[in-house]
Ligand binder design. Structure first.
Ligand code: FES
Length: 165
C-alpha cells in the first residue's frame, strides 16, 4: 500500500487541504493528482481512495479524470522512462524498428514495465527534435539519429550502470 508512507501521505493531504480552500473544480483535482504522482510515481487504488474521501469526490469521477489524461500513470513505473517518438519524421526514419528492438530486448510491450522495474516503455508524439530523427527520450535525455544497434547499446549501458549501483 503506497499510503503507508506517513510522510508522503501528509504531503498529499496538505495539497488537498490547500485546494479545498478554493472553489472545487477538476483543475484542483488535477493539481492533487499531479502531486500524488510526484510523490508515489503512479496513482494506485489506495491513493485514489484517500483523495476521494478527503476531497469528497466519487472515486469513479477521479478514475475518469486520471484515465482521460495520458500524463497520469496508473501502474508502477520503472526507474527509467523510455519515450519512443512516433511522430512523422521519426516514423519515416525508422522509429518502428526501434520499437521492435526495444520490445525484444526488454521483453515488454508498449506501456509496460520490465520485471526488474528498470524500464517503462512508452510511445510519444513529436519530441521537438525532428532534425535528429529517429529520436528516443530516456528520462530527460534525448537520443537522436538512432539505429537499432545504437538503441540496443544505450539500453545495455543503462543496465550496466544500474547494476553498478
Ligand atoms: S517527429 Fe520525432 S522528434 Fe519530431
Amino acid at each position: 500500500m503506497l499510503t503507508k508512507d506517513k510522510e508522503k501521505l501528509e504531503a498529499l493531504k496538505q495539497t488537498i487541504d490547500d485546494v479545498k480552500q478554493k472553489r472545487y473544480s477538476d483543475s484542483y483535482l488535477i493539481a492533487v493528482l499531479h502531486k500524488a504522482q510526484a510523490l508515489y510515481g503512479y496513482l494506485s487504488e489506495d491513493v485514489i481512495d484517500v483523495i476521494a474521501v478527503d476531497m469528497d469526490i466519487p472515486t469513479a469521477h477521479i478514475w475518469g479524470v486520471a484515465t482521460f489524461y495520458h500524463y497520469f500513470n496508473l501502474t508502477p513505473q520503472g526507474r527509467h522512462q523510455i519515450d519512443v517518438c512516433l511522430g512523422t519524421a521519426c516514423y519515416v526514419k525508422g522509429a518502428a524498428q526501434l520499437v521492435e528492438t526495444l520490445k525484444q530486448q526488454l521483453k515488454i510491450d508498449m506501456g509496460q514495465t520490465t520485471q526488474d522495474d528498470l524500464f517503462t516503455l512508452k510511445p510519444a508524439r513529436c519530441l521537438g527534435a525532428c532534425g535528429l530523427a529517429p529520436v528516443v527520450m530516456i528520462d530527460d535525455t534525448i537520443h537522436g539519429e538512432l539505429t537499432p544497434k545504437k538503441m540496443s547499446d544505450i539500453i545495455n549501458k543503462h543496465k550496466r550502470n544500474a547494476h553498478k549501483k
